[in-house]
Design a protein around this ligand. Sequence first.
Ligand SMILES: Nc1ncnc2c1ncn2[C@@H]1O[C@H](COP(=O)(O)OP(=O)(O)OP(=O)(O)O)[C@@H](O)[C@H]1O
Length: 311
Amino acid sequence: MKLEVKDITKSFGDKQVLHGISFEVQSGRALGLLGRNGAGKTTTIRILMDVFRANSGEVLLDGEKFNQRKHLIGYLPEERGLYPKKKVIEQMVYLGRIRGISKSEAVANSKKWLKRLGVLEYENAKLETLSKGNQQKVQLASTLVCDPDIVILDEPFSGLDPVNSRILQDVVMELIGQNKIVIFSSHQMSYVEEFCKDIVIINKGDVVLSGDLDNIKREFGKNQLVVSAVDKTLDDLENIINEHMSDILEITGRTKEELIIKNVADVSRKQILSKFISENIEIERFETYKPSLNDIFVSKVGDADEKEAAE
Ligand SMILES: Nc1ncnc2c1ncn2[C@@H]1O[C@H](COP(=O)(O)OP(=O)(O)OP(=O)(O)O)[C@@H](O)[C@H]1O
C-alpha cells in the first residue's frame, strides 16, 4: 500500500499553516514526520485522518482518494483521548466496536494488546488510577485494538521509562514487519532513526526535506570529514584551517570533540592529510562525517541565531 499526501494547503482564518505539503508513505517502510513545534505536523495528521478538511490538495491510497471510513486506522494522538474515570477494558472494547470489530474480537484484541504491553493486570482498573507510563501503554493498546493497517503515532514514547520504551520499540518494529503503513511523529530523533526508512521534515508549513533517510545522510555527509588533532584544541585547529587551508577546506560545524570540514576543491584525502602534516598537525581523527538525524534536523530547521545561542 502507498499513502500519498499531495500538495495540501490549510489555513485557519487568515493564517496559512500548510503551504502545499507533499510526501508518501509505503507500507513496511515507516515514515518519520518531523518538524519544530508549530511546524504543522498535527494539522497534517488531522487532515490525513479527515478531522480537518484541507483547503486544497488531496490524500490518495494506492492512487485512489483515501476514504478513512473504509480502512482500519490506529491513531495515537498527541493529546491522549481516553476517559480517566472509565475502566480500561470497557473503553478499549467500546473503541474497537466503533471501529467496526465485533464485541468478542474487541475483548480478545484488548486483552492481547494489554498483555503484550504488560498492563493486562489493570484491565478492570479506572484509567486515572494508573501511572502515567501505564496510561500511555493503555492508550497505545487502544490505538491497536482494531488491528489497523494504517498506524499513526504522535509522540508515542512520551512518559515511558527505558524498559517500557524498549517494549514499545519492539511493537513498532513488529507493526512495520507486518507491512503496515506506519507514520511516526516525534521530537526524539533516536527513535526516528531506529524505525524510519523515510523522513519528511516540515518547517513553517513547508516540506524542507524528504526521502530515504540513508540517502539523505549520505548526501548530507558527502565530501565532509571529521578531524581532530592530538596536540591542538578545536579553536586552534579551526584557525589553522581558516588561515592556511581555506583553498581546499571549509569548516561546516563541530561536534564535541571534532571539527566537521568540507572538501571544497575535490582534492584527494591523501592531499588533505599531507597538508595537515605540512602544517605540523598531529592528526587524531580523520574520517568520513556521518551525520545524525539530529544534525540534519538542526541544520534544516534550526535558526542561525538560535544555533549560535546554543553553542
Ligand atoms: N484549530 C486551530 N485553529 C487555529 N490555529 C491552529 C489550529 N490548529 C493548529 N493551529 C496552528 O497551526 C500551526 C501548526 O500547528 P500544529 O499543531 O500542526 O504543529 P505541530 O507541528 O504539530 O507542533 P507540535 O510539535 O508543537 O505539536 C500552529 O501555528 C498552530 O497554532
